[in-house]
Design a protein. Structure first.
Lengths: 307, 342, 506, 357
């Protein structure tokens, strides 16, 4: 059981949440989901929310503040995988359990957190790859691919890239990666990079665009339209995330495949928090429910989108 | 020789002349206390000594780069490269020890030497080629971020390097936090040492006084026959060294290197220096002011963490408002001590 | 005293873009002598010094020190070789304390650390030596420019140098200070130090110098022993025109003021805590009111209040009988008050802007940004004043920071004459100006007041004040102690007596 | 530190001299691109009555940066700096988009005009606030604007509720970023007009000179009777207005406003462009045309990296190298040093440079 801070079990739990930041709509949806779920949940007395603006030091600092405040449970959405040993050890010494949300940390520190709830970026990359292998299996002249990467060095960018090409290579698809650049997960840069792709490589013969998130994908779609091509037809497009706007574009026929990465797991998280606080046994990894969607499913799924 | 009094007595008291330049730092310290008092009054556990101790745990690297920045700003320059150099230094530590298998103390020495050399180089470019410091060091900002990413585009762990365990070992450990105890790791004391050395150098050595003179008026310093070149290049070397050292401290703190770490750290450092009462135009300010500035910066963040119910955007706005209130109060306090002109 | 020259410069040439500042100049300095370098504003005196001390590299010519060829890389190198210099503009760092300025770069140390106590003690002794009593721990910025000049001199003479160079050291000093300085120089000369002395005060030059080298337009005119060159000939050599031209500066129209006319500006109990005690002062149309007093007596403070540069915290200022509220430099200018501040570098000119732009600045400010002065009118006015004040080089597009000190002063004057103010406030307008130009400026002041302009005139030179003024306000201890009206009172002796007596009344 | 541009009177146009090196670097970058991708790079093409082609695209994409850099030039001329432009960009974008998506009919012209006006009014007010902090409260510019740099994105997120509002493609608002007028893309028009307007405003009136005066020597300017405070406020206001306008163009281009990433770090690029263009950060002389060239260099550089086939990791490194080259070429000291072996004349004393400051 968790620390018996001043909250006390009967008044509900005090939970500290060290969020990555507010760098994307996905992230904001995630924060909102967690905050709303905590507010609605009687078992939670207070959620201490800290936005770390994408810096590990700020997250570490926030965790130390949580320890000083003697919260009952700490939830951490780690910015990076490494470097958590000391601070998680401090939490353990103070008797406060830690739950990871969203991203994971290096395997060697597995003992220092109770459980992780979140998405598997490599798996997302693999899903995208599987669809590509299926779709282009009988493309005789080889599949020409453009990739819009997320922020250079970030875990989702690295994993979505790795998972995707792992499958392509494993399945022996005959493909050529024509160009791959970072669009920093933003529409602005996604569009700019795509424009340059178009002028440099022209679009004729390019089969597939793989964008690591919605926003870059949507930016690229605009660039493609402005250059006089039909996104979704002249070039097939895969995006990861699946926001409302992404699905809308799918419904409009402008993209072909969406790999969902679901940020709305606040309620699921609160359940885990309570279990952990009660000292119940929990799995080391709880995947968030996520799906993949192709053109046939966009229309039906659109109304279910929450962000 | 006649020593009759030719000139009339100074009107302002010596006391005032001596104190006028302490007003900005005095204001900073007073407001820091006010912030702390506000925190204690509003949040339970804010009076835990660990709240203060923590300012020097997480902010130790920031403190070190801010001290280096103080030298540069006092001389009338600016160094935008510190954040990137810091990230590069951490990454270089990881690369040298984990990949290249060099012994950690040697790696650290190499990194520190490299930081200093970079400072010397950019200082020489600034001085001899008269390139604006903002631009010359902006080159460093881009360059080292690029090089860091080229070493590795993912984070690298140094957990198995024995040497880096030393930094977080508790140097002081007084009781459990929950019982009102606190602890400080070794690396905080490295930062304290940097502050003490910097203070001594700035106030009690020729180099230090030269920094103030060059910041006051570079052309005058030159005509006075001061070693302007050595001073100007020296401050960038100090800053480069401090940035590299901060990178090493970061390696101690997390035992991991992250290519995207410390983005914008230069702005944090500049903010801390300026909040501490140092003028960006050079020539006026104190290292201890910078320490106070870093504490204010950390304290604002702590307040927001203790408040805990702010959304991302309200947290940013709150930070801005706190900073604003702080700066305006500081201006009011400082102004009452300044000559008033029309 | 051996006659081997200690410094020998031969065939020195120095070009700045567009200007040949020095052209084949020779200069010889012998041990133990005091050697004046004379010439008009812009003649190249300061440049010669800067070439000698390594601030500028010569484009041609050679320099020998003690017979050995040298080429310094900067003032530090020159200093190390035994040449100590006070440059023309005060070059100290005013954010540091007085003591630190005195010893910057050569602080007394204990181990690697500066011994501040010893430094303050030595500073105190050094300043005592030239009769200054300053708080050596206070920042230099809390002292007037004259004090700063004295500090700079003290710094230079403390270095036991073979050669001491003083470029217009006396431009803001009053007579007593000058006397002390000359005394120090004599003592150093007796000890064998060679000195270069640059000044526009001919009496000082004649009093102390053994020899002089005269420059004109960057060329060497000649070298003479002081005794061999009477004053009028010297002036002739410097200006290249007849000395007689300069003789008459007497007021053409004296006592212009109509006795019962209401004053143009009238200060009643105007004052500011910590800087000047409340004072009453009237200025009428067409009169010149001089302000006299020792250094730091508050002359600058007095006029700054009237100019709106500082805010008064007591009393009121009336212009044409109407209370001037919200007085600041801008409203003052709108009310016809022009103010030439004493420190042209920090308060007067904008170094990066051109001569023409600097001149037009006040006029433009008065018109607001939207209505720029038409180019034709601007060019005409600028050309007119460049000619009237004989500003050299006569190039309106030269950045003003490249002008010689005296010419910069003229640009500042031109700025305010251009707007044809009703009240012109001149704080040390003739500082660093050569004899010819000084005469021009004095004549101009007389002329302007003859045309009905009121002038407030601050100068450290009592001669100048007495010669020009209709009335003289005497200050002491930041207090206006007397206004001398009658002709018999307006003499140097009477002013000095008043100051001394003013002290006794306290 | 201002290297004296025209030490002489014989009118070697200081403007031309300042611009020479940036122009050469730009030419070199363009040459590299032409070498890699052929002349198509520079030749504009017209498709669907719309000017396109690689270089035109660069210009179009650079428009927001140019707007901000122009405003920044004026601020820097007064010895100031504005770090808040990125945040103001986001605020401008957020306000306009949020107002438009809140309406029933997103295609109404009146609505779009209203949204644009509101966004500009708010950003202008923010600029005035910055100016007042600097001019009237005497806060150092970097600190005064740091406040809004931190809080500004929070305000923008507050406006959008943390979402990324998407404006319908049919809304005329998107024309601001995607449309064309007489075949030339609208962003280029706007940037060109603002450039022309600012050039006229500063060079045809006395504003330019007064700005340079305030920047060169604030105390002397005050004593000369210049309304230094008013001018300072005006300049920050114009700068924020430019940033707001840039935000509108950016938002219109994407049809959405990203409060977090819109205009992120654009302040650094803007300052960079200003300095590459020859304006010293210490205030005084400013060069709007130089800034423009600086912006185009930065824009071209980003494309060059992709065209040359370097990976994303190279972006920073390449930028560093180019900036370093420009900075060194602009330095007379560096040129003298490089040319020294070829010249007979003695090099200038090191002190000389410093003295001209
Ligand atoms: N850095 C510079 N750049 C360009 N021209 C300069 C520079 N310094 C001096 N000059 C020019 O060189 C000439 C000589 O100037 P210098 O300062 O030596 O005159 P000076 O004899 O000392 O005059 P003053 O009595 O007014 O001080 C002047 O025409 C001046 O404009
Ligand atoms: N003897 C002194 N001791 C201390 N401070 C002084 C002294 N003399 C002047 N000051 C300082 O210098 C500044 C300028 O003095 P002020 O302008 O009143 O002198 P002034 O009569 O105009 O002299 P001048 O114009 O000849 O320099 C004042 O702010 C004053 O604080
Ligand atoms: Mg001179
Ligand atoms: Mg005075």
């Amino acid at each position: 059981g968790g620390g018996d801070g001043e909250g006390g079990a009967d008044e509900g739990l005090v939970v500290g949440f060290a969020q990555v930041g507010a760098e994307s709509a996905w992230r904001t949806a995630n924060s909102t989901s967690v905050q709303d779920a905590a507010a609605a949940d009687d078992r939670i007395a207070e959620l201490k929310f800290v936005d770390a603006q994408q810096e590990q030091e700020r997250q570490i600092s926030a965790i130390r503040d949580f320890i000083t405040q003697q919260v009952d449970v700490i939830v951490l959405a780690p910015v990076v995988e490494t470097g958590w040993t000391d601070v998680l050890q401090e939490a353990e010494d103070a008797g406060i359990p830690v739950i990871l949300a969203d991203r994971g940390i290096e395997a060697a520190d597995e003992d220092l957190y109770t459980t992780r709830l979140g998405s598997d970026f490599v798996a997302e990359g693999r899903s995208a790859g599987e669809w590509a292998v299926q779709t282009f299996a009988d493309d005789a002249d080889g599949t020409k691919i453009l990739e819009l990467q997320g922020t250079t060095g970030s875990a989702p960018a690295n994993d979505r890239n790795a998972g995707f090409f792992e499958v392509l290579d494993a399945e022996g698809l005959n493909y050529e990666l024509v160009d791959s650049q970072s669009g920093n997960f933003t529409a602005e840069e996604g569009k700019a990079v795509m424009e340059t792709f178009i002028t440099t490589h022209a679009l004729d013969g390019i089969d597939l665009l793989y964008a690591h998130n919605d926003e870059m994908g949507l930016g690229a779609i605009q660039a493609i339209e402005e250059a006089g091509f039909k996104p979704g037809e002249d070039i097939q497009i895969i995006i990861v995330d699946g926001s409302k706007a992404g699905f809308q574009a799918g419904v409009d026929g402008k993209l072909n495949y969406i790999v969902e990465c679901n940020p709305v797991f606040g309620e699921q998280l609160m359940d885990v928090v309570v279990q952990v606080a009660n000292g119940d046994d929990v799995e080391k990894f709880t995947p968030v429910e996520e799906g993949v969607f192709d053109a046939t499913q966009f229309e039906a799924e659109l109304p279910n989108r929450q962000f | 020789m006649s020593t009759h009094q030719l000139t009339e007595r100074p009107s302002r008291s010596m006391l005032f002349d001596g104190l006028a330049r302490y007003i900005p730092i005095g204001a900073t310290v007073a407001l820091l206390l006010a912030l702390y008092g506000g925190g204690v009054a509003n949040y339970p556990k804010f009076d835990s000594p660990q709240v203060i101790a923590k300012l020097f745990i997480d902010n130790a690297p920031l403190l070190v780069i801010a001290v280096g920045m103080t030298f540069v700003i006092l001389s009338g320059g600016i160094d935008l490269s510190v954040g990137s150099v810091m990230a590069f230094a951490t990454m270089a530590c990881a690369w040298l020890t984990v990949d290249a298998g060099i012994s950690a103390p040697l790696a650290v020495a190499l990194v520190l030497a490299f930081g200093t050399a970079w400072g010397l180089l950019i200082g020489a470019v600034i001085h001899y080629f008269d390139v604006q410091p903002f631009i010359a060091t902006l080159v460093g900002l881009f360059l080292f971020r690029g090089l860091t990413l080229q070493i590795s585009d993912t984070d690298v762990s140094m957990r198995d390097v024995e040497f880096f365990q030393w930094g977080m070992v508790h140097a002081v450990d007084v009781g459990e936090i929950r019982d009102g105890g606190f602890w400080l790791p070794n690396l905080s004391f490295v930062a304290f040492a940097v502050v003490i050395v910097a203070f001594t150098v700035l106030h009690y050595t020729r180099f230090g006084r030269g920094v103030y003179a060059v910041g006051g008026s570079e052309s005058s310093a030159l005509l006075m026959g001061l070693p302007v070149a050595r001073t100007k290049i020296g401050v960038y070397a100090v800053s480069g060294f401090c940035a590299a050292l901060a990178g090493v401290l970061a390696a101690f703190a997390t035992k991991s290197a992250n290519p995207l770490a410390n983005v914008g750290a230069e702005l944090d450092a500049i903010a801390a220096v300026v909040i501490g009462g140092t003028l960006l135009t050079g020539g006026a300010g104190f290292v201890l002011g910078t320490v106070a500035g870093v504490m204010v910066w950390g304290m604002l963040n702590t307040l927001i963490a203790f408040q805990g119910n702010l959304s991302s955007w309200w947290a940013r706005i709150a930070m801005g408002v706190l900073l604003l209130a702080f700066i305006l109060l500081q201006r009011v306090l400082a102004r009452s001590g300044e000559k008033r002109r029309t | 005293m051996s006659d081997d020259p200690i410094v020998q410069m031969t065939g020195i040439r120095k070009d700045f873009t567009g200007v040949r500042a020095l052209d084949g100049v020779d200069f010889t300095l012998r041990p133990g002598e005091i050697h004046a370098v004379m010439g008009e504003n812009g003649a190249g005196k300061s440049t010669l010094i800067k070439v000698l001390t390594g601030v500028h590299a010569p484009d041609a010519g050679r320099i020998r020190l003690d017979g050995r060829p040298v080429g310094f890389h900067g003032p530090a190198a020159a200093q190390a070789a035994g040449i100590s210099t006070v440059y023309q503009e005060v070059n100290l760092t005013d954010n540091l304390s007085v003591a630190e300025n005195l010893f910057a770069g050569r602080e007394p140390r204990r181990g690697p650390f500066i011994d501040f106590r010893a430094m303050r003690r030595k500073a105190k002794a050094l300043l005592d030596d030239i009769g200054l009593d300053l708080n050596v721990a206070a920042p230099l910025s809390s002292y007037s420019i004259a004090m700063q000049q004295l500090v700079a001199i003290a710094r230079a003479i403390d270095v036991e140098a073979k050669v001491l160079i003083l470029d217009e050291p006396t431009s803001s000093l009053d007579r007593d200070e000058v006397e002390v300085l000359l005394g120090v120089m004599r003592r150093l000369a007796a000890q064998g130090t060679a000195m270069v002395f640059i000044s526009h005060f001919l009496d000082q030059v004649y009093e102390i110098c053994d020899r002089m080298t005269v420059l004109r337009n960057g060329r060497l005119v000649g070298e003479w022993a002081t005794a061999d060159l009477p004053e009028n000939e010297l002036i002739g050599h410097m200006l290249g025109r007849e000395a007689a031209e300069l003789e008459q500066i007497e007021r053409t129209v004296a006592g212009h003021r109509v006795a019962d006319e209401a004053p143009l500006a009238s200060a009643a109990g105007l004052g500011r805590k910590g800087s000047i005690a409340p004072y009453d002062l009237d200025v009428h149309r067409g009169e010149v009111v001089g302000l006299a007093g020792l250094l730091g007596s508050g002359r600058t403070e007095t006029v700054r209040l009237i100019a709106g540069a500082d805010r008064a915290d007591s009393g009121e200022l009336r212009l044409d009988g109407a209370k001037a509220s919200g007085h600041n430099p801008r409203t003052a200018a709108a009310r016809g008050i022009a103010f030439c501040p004493e420190n042209r570098k920090t308060e007067g000119l904008v170094g990066d802007l051109t001569v023409g732009e600097n001149m037009i600045l006040a006029m433009q400010a008065a018109r607001g940004w939207a209505r720029s002065v038409p180019a034709a009118r601007r060019d005409r006015l600028v050309a007119e004043f460049i000619e009237k004040l004989d500003i050299r080089p006569a190039d309106p597009d030269m950045p003003v920071k490249n002008l010689s000190g005296g010419n910069q002063q003229k640009v500042l004057l031109a700025r305010w004459m251009l707007v044809e103010p009703r009240l012109l406030i001149l704080d040390e307008p003739t500082r660093g100006i050569d004899v010819g130009a000084k005469a021009d400026i004095q004549r101009l002041v007389a002329e302007l007041s003859g045309e009905g302009m009121a002038v407030l005139f601050v100068s450290a030179e009592l001669d100048e004040v007495t010669r020009l003024s209709d009335r003289i306000a005497v200050l002491r201890d930041r207090e206006l102690i007397a206004v001398l009206e009658s002709e018999s009172e307006r003499t140097v002796e009477h002013i000095v007596d008043t100051i001394v007596a003013g002290g006794r009344h306290e | 530190m201002s290297e004296a541009p025209a030490t002489g009177g014989k009118r070697p146009n200081p403007y031309a001299k300042r611009l020479m090196w940036p122009v050469l670097v730009l030419a070199a970058l363009i040459a590299v691109n032409i070498a890699v991708t052929g002349f198509d790079f520079i030749v504009p093409e017209v498709n669907d009555g719309r000017l396109g082609g690689a270089f035109v695209n660069i210009l179009r994409r650079s428009a927001p940066l140019l707007l901000i850099a122009l405003g920044m030039t004026l601020v820097i001329a007064t010895k100031g700096i504005d770090l808040s432009v990125g945040a103001v960009y986001a605020i401008g974008a957020a306000i306009a988009c949020q107002m438009i998506i809140g309406a029933e009919d997103q295609t109404a012209t009146g609505l779009v005009l209203g949204a644009v006006a509101l966004a500009l009014a708010v950003t202008a007010a923010i600029g005035a606030w910055n100016g007042v902090m600097v001019a009237h409260f005497g806060v150092q510019p970097i600190v005064a604007t740091l406040i809004l740099m931190i809080a500004g994105r929070g305000i923008a997120q507050l406006v959008t509720g943390g979402q990324i509002p998407k404006v319908q493609d049919a809304s005329p608002f998107t024309e601001l970023g995607r449309g064309e007028l007489l075949t030339v893309p609208v962003p280029i028009w706007i940037a060109a007009l603002v450039l022309a307007a600012l050039a006229l405003l500063t060079r045809r009136t006395a504003l330019g000179m007064l700005l340079e005066s305030v920047g060169g020597n604030p105390e002397a300017s005050r004593l000369a009777g210049i309304r230094a405070k008013g001018i300072t406020v005006l300049v920050y206001l114009v700068c924020a207005l430019c940033a707001g306008l840039a935000g509108l163009i950016g938002a219109a281009n994407l049809g959405s406003a990203d409060a977090n990433n819109g205009g992120l770090w654009i302040e650094l690029d803007a300052i960079l462009a200003v300095v590459i263009g020859g304006t010293a950060l210490l205030g005084g002389r400013f060069f709007l045309l130089g800034t423009t060239i600086g912006v185009v260099i930065i824009g071209t550089l980003e494309d060059t990296i992709i065209n040359v086939g370097l990976s994303s990791q190279w972006q920073f490194t390449a930028k560093a190298i180019v900036v370093f080259i420009v900075a060194l070429l602009q330095s007379p000291g560096f040129r003298a040093w490089v040319l020294k072996p070829f010249k007979r004349r003695p090099a200038p004393a090191p002190a000389e440079e410093a003295m001209s400051k």
